[in-house]
Design a protein around this ligand. Structure first.
Ligand code: BJW
Length: 225
């Protein structure tokens, strides 16, 4: 086996204390998706959106990588072939666990993006609605997060990796959001063996060859060892 492609979602950071989206009491129970995760919501009420992400940034800074993140970093270091990590998460717990390369397809809390000129730069811990872009000086700073209706990052590279994967692993993601939920089908199409790690089968669970049920802090170290 030469290449393992891994997709992670909010479930891998849940045991670090960061909320998932669709669980009871999760992030979407407290906020309407269309208010905080769409460009239209941001245009309507930038302050609400910026405050939502300021709070998420503060929570992520307090959190630490867990045994699931550490197991994947160990896999990357020990595997003789290539390990490609694609995350939907906007926290930096994979990096802090020691992963050398992480593709943040839904953006990152650490980034700011100009809604006017697309310039990207490191976000301050606390953004304010109306912050200026350092490139075009317009008051168009927004969190560098991929909202519904926007194109996720690195898609060409991701599909290239999926087409060459010998194994595809999906960890802690509910299979509600595309294009990520379609990665398993794409990897299978090119002959990859597929495995899912979750507390329960996801919406696309039937497409996996193998499902490991349980908390990622327990199932991932066993898988990697
Ligand atoms: C554990 C655990 C533990 C808990 N151990 N497991 C109709 C059909 C198809 C597509 C569409 C459609 N209508 C609209 C679309 C497109 C739309 C979409 O998918 N909508 C759906 C709702 C239908 N997608 C988009 O708009 C995307 N862009 C796009 O499609 O562009 C066009 C395009 C075309 C062709 C190719 C490429 C692109 C953009 C999506 C942006 C998503 N953004 C968000 C918010 C921003 C990030 C943030 O604020 O943090 O990203 S939404 C939110 O959901 C967030 C997440 O990354 C994403 C996925 O959630 P995730 O990670 O799966 O979390 P949960 O909470 O859902 O699940 C947690 C899982 O963990 C559960 O299963 C638990 O059981 C498990 N778990 N503890 C292991 N300890």
């Amino acid at each position: 086996m030469n290449k393992i492609v891994i997709l992670t979602g909010a479930g891998i950071s849940a045991e670090s204390g960061l909320g998932t989206f669709r669980a009871e009491g999760g992030l979407w129970a407290q906020h309407k998706i269309e208010d905080v995760a769409t460009p239209e919501g941001f245009a309507r009420d930038p302050r609400l959106v910026v405050d939502f992400y300021n709070a998420r940034r503060a929570q992520a800074a307090e959190a630490s990588p867990n045994a699931g993140h550490l197991a994947l970093a160990k896999l990357e270091a020990a595997f003789p072939g290539e390990v490609v990590l694609i995350t939907q998460n906007v926290d930096d717990l994979h990096e802090r666990a020691g992963m050398s390369r992480v593709m943040h397809m839904h953006g990152a809390l650490s980034g700011a993006l100009c809604a006017a000129c697309d310039h990207r730069w490191p976000a301050p811990m606390v953004m304010a609605a109306g912050d200026s872009c350092p490139n075009c000086q317009r008051p168009s700073a927004r969190p560098d997060i991929v909202w519904f209706g926007e194109m996720p990052y690195d898609m060409d590279e991701i599909f290239e990796h999926l087409s060459g994967a010998d194994m595809f692993a999906s960890i802690g993601t509910s299979g509600n959001v595309y294009p990520a939920a379609g990665f398993v089908a794409e990897a299978r199409r090119f002959g990859a063996r597929t495995v899912e790690f979750n507390l329960e089968p996801s919406l696309v669970g039937s497409q996996f060859d193998d499902i490991r049920i349980g908390p990622a802090t327990q199932t991932l170290p066993v898988w990697v060892d």
